[in-house]
Structure formats: C-alpha cells, structure tokens
Ligand binder design. Structure first.
Ligand SMILES: Cc1cc2nc3c(=O)[nH]c(=O)nc-3n(C[C@H](O)[C@H](O)[C@H](O)COP(=O)(O)OP(=O)(O)OC[C@H]3O[C@@H](n4cnc5c(N)ncnc54)[C@H](O)[C@@H]3O)c2cc1C
Length: 393
C-alpha cells in the first residue's frame, strides 16, 4: 500500500497534463496510474488537430489557452509536442454564413487570430480546392496539428521531473469511498491511498463509474481514420481543414500524405474488443470525401489507417467536474473525440480546482456533469447543423 496526495487514473494526454499541472502548483506526491502504456487510449490514435474554431465560446477559450501551450511547448512544459503551424480552415455549408461570422467574432473577442475568408482566398490557401458548395470559411494562421503521443509523453516526463510517479501497466480496479469521501483506488498490486482521485480513463470509464452509482449516459465509440498518398504533382503541404459540408477533416501526414477522418454516423463498440483496423467501406467513403474537396485525390493510393476508441457524451461535449456526491473525486469524461487540443487547459483547470478550490483559467460550469440530470444538455446557438456528429476532430 502506498499513499499519494492525488491519484490520476489514466495516462492519456488529459491525465498526463493534469499530473503535470498538479506538480506545477506544488503538489508533491502525485501518482498517475495507466493500465497499459502512456497514450494507449484515444490519445495515441488521435488526429491531433489543434484549432480554436468552435461553435461556442467555452470550448474556444480552452482551445485558445491550449494553443498557447502547443506553440510554446518547450518553454512552458519542456520537450517536444510535434506542433506544426500549417494553419487551419473551417468550411461551412450554405445557410450558415451568419453563424460562422458570429463564431469568428466571438473568437476574435477572445484574442484569437482568425478571419473570414472568401472563395478566392480559399483557392490561394489550398490550390485546387473545390469551393462551389462552401457557404463560409474561417482561417486561423496559428493553428495546425501536433504529435499526440509526443505531447502525452512530454507532459508525463515533465510531471515525473517535478516529482510525480508514473506507473504504467497498473490498472485502477475501483475507486475507494468511505462515508461519501474518496480514500484512494484499488489495484491488483495493492491500494493507493489518496484524499483526491482524478478519473481520466477515456472510453474505459464505465467500470469505475458504475460502482459509484454514476451514470452520465456515456457511450464508447470506435473512430476511424485513413491515409492517402499524394498523387503526382502535389508537393506543398496543405493546412488542416475541417469540412462541415462533407462532415470530414484532413491534414498532412508526414511529407507526402494526407490523413482524413469522416463521419460514419455510427460507432458504438466495446473498448476491450474493438478492431484497430479500418473498414473497407470507410476507406471508400474517405477517398470520395477527399476527392470531393480536392479533386486531385480521386484515385489516390490508400496507405493505411487505424481505429481508436473515444467516449461520447450525450451532447458531444466533455464533462469536466468535481463530483458533488463523492468528496475528493474529480473527472474528465466523455472526451467526445475533441479533447486532445484542449488537454493543456483541461489539465491546468483540474489542477487549479484541486489546489485552489476553483479553476482560474476558465469557467468550467458549462462542462458540469449534472447538466443531463438537470435536463440542460449543451446546445450551441451558432451551430453548423444539429446532427450529433461523432467524427473526431
Ligand atoms: C481517430 C481519432 C481522431 C481524433 N482526432 C482528434 C483531433 O483531431 N483533435 C482533438 O482534439 N481530438 C481528437 N480525437 C480525440 C482525442 O484523441 C481524445 O479526446 C483525447 O486523446 C482524450 O484523451 P484522454 O486522456 O482524455 O483519454 P485517453 O487518451 O483515452 O486516455 C485514457 C487512458 O486511461 C487508461 N485507463 C482507462 N481505465 C483505466 C484504469 N481503470 N486504470 C488505469 N488506466 C486506465 C487507458 O488505458 C488510456 O490510456 C481523436 C480521437 C480519435 C480516436
């Protein structure tokens, strides 16, 4: 049996970021437990887009605070996160021109460098792009993508350098609670006693939450991505694009390929038995989507792909909270396929909440876990379509 000031359960990017930020705020004895290897969950499978464009202010703020970390990673954390600032484009369908204008205004008010761009601008930024169906587009020159494994590893290494203990291959089998208060976690190799436990277990949250009587309607989803080699003649790396018309995203992978994710409209799977490969119909759909936006890719060679597990929340937004019914229990749940880019800010907010009694960087009220029980799931006013999308981005 060992004891800690805080136990973090889950060694993905959010758990590693939380452990790091706890050490930054002076918590001496942080233990992070990871059942597999670091980044073996959604993080290691992530497209790792880093952009600040959201259809609400709250996620945009977390993304903006996180972007500052991605852009200055070595100075702020130490080590490499593999961030590449190739720029980011958000494309929206016709009918949503007012919504994107409103969202860009909100983001500019937050201090984000972003602007609306015309069809001609789009053709300049991405030569060969098909724009006839684009109603509106926003450009972020400072955004891009990162290396998700490198990011998680660097947060964990930095946490370790500041005294945290990272234990991989060690699963928390249960959260221990006595008289309504957390007392630590059980593992097969013995207990870890702690007055504070942070659950960041990604798609594997169910088995820890159920014995605590916590049910937030979370659902594990399998998400696929595939890679296409650039056709002859394409030599310039394009920016990151989220295409709300084709419900897809794309970004360069390496020096001569493009990684793409598309909406499949389904996804529930068992996180312990899911297939890590891509399905043939996904590859076909991805190629069609890619070629619809960049016709040069029609017939492009498929060069691989993979599938990973995320945890969808009922409204597609994460739950970041202190659980009122279990004193000392903090959670980051229901990543909903969009919580890589916000992990630096999420970890900092959780650490501030634990150490200072409240998150200072951002207001996390919109992310509260009680919103479903209150009958107030998250709804954005300036959305680009009301479908519940599961394409991770
Ligand atoms: C294909 C794909 C593409 C994506 N693209 C993007 C994108 O472009 N941009 C973006 O922002 N997000 C994207 N995401 C989502 C993003 O990757 C996730 O939201 C983020 O990585 C979640 O990090 P996490 O630390 O919360 O969870 P995870 O990375 O899932 O980590 C949870 C960890 O907890 C461990 N664990 C679980 N239970 C236990 C236990 N009981 N004891 C000990 N350890 C435990 C797991 O092994 C796992 O390593 C994508 C996801 C996928 C799958």
């Amino acid at each position: 049996m060992v004891s800690a000031d805080v136990v973090v359960v889950g060694g993905g990017v959010n758990g590693a970021s939380t452990a790091f930020h706890l050490t930054q705020l002076g918590v001496k004895n942080v233990v992070l437990l990871e059942r597999g290897t670091l980044a073996s969950g959604a993080t290691g499978k992530s497209g790792a887009l880093v952009r600040t464009h959201y259809t609400n202010e709250h996620e945009a703020r977390l993304a903006f605070e996180s972007l500052k970390v991605f852009r200055n990673f070595d100075a702020m954390v130490g080590g490499e996160c593999g961030f590449e600032a190739l720029g980011f484009l958000q494309l929206v369908p016709r009918g949503y021109e007012a919504a994107i204008r409103q969202n860009v205004e909100t983001q500019r008010r937050l201090g984000i460098k972003t602007e609306l761009v015309s069809h001609d601008d789009l053709r300049r930024i991405v030569p060969g792009i098909h724009v006839d169906d684009v109603g509106g587009a926003a450009w972020e020159p400072d955004s891009g993508f990162a290396d998700p494994n490198a990011t998680a590893f660097a947060f964990a290494e930095a946490a370790q350098r500041h005294g945290a203990r990272i234990e991989t291959g060690r699963e928390a089998t249960a959260v221990r609670v006595e008289r309504g208060r957390v007392t630590g976690v059980e593992t097969r190799a013995g207990r870890v006693d702690a007055p504070v436990v942070v659950l960041v277990p990604g798609a594997w949250a169910g088995r820890l939450l159920a014995p605590l009587g916590l049910d937030f309607g979370l659902e594990p989803f399998r998400i696929q991505v595939s890679i296409f080699r650039w056709p002859a003649g394409l030599t310039r790396r394009h920016p990151v694009v989220i295409d709300a018309i084709r419900k897809s995203w794309l970004r360069p992978e390496g020096s001569a390929s493009t990684l793409i994710g598309v909406e499949l409209g389904r996804g529930h799977a068992d996180p312990d038995t899911f297939s890590e490969s891509v399905d043939p119909d996904f590859v076909a759909q991805s190629r069609e989507c890619l070629a619809a936006r960049l016709p040069v890719f029609a017939g492009a060679t498929m060069r691989g792909g993979w599938a990973g597990m995320i945890m969808m929340s009922p409204d597609g937004r994460p739950l970041i909270d202190r659980i009122a019914s279990v004193e000392g229990l903090f959670v980051m749940l229901g990543d909903s396929g969009t919580s890589f880019k916000t992990a630096p800010a999420i970890g900092r907010c959780l650490a501030e909440w634990i150490v200072d009694g409240k998150p200072r960087l951002a207001d996390l009220t919109p992310f509260r876990s009680t919103r479903f029980a209150e009958g107030k799931p998250w709804v954005d006013e300036f959305h680009y379509g009301r479908e519940r999308l599961s394409v991770s981005r």
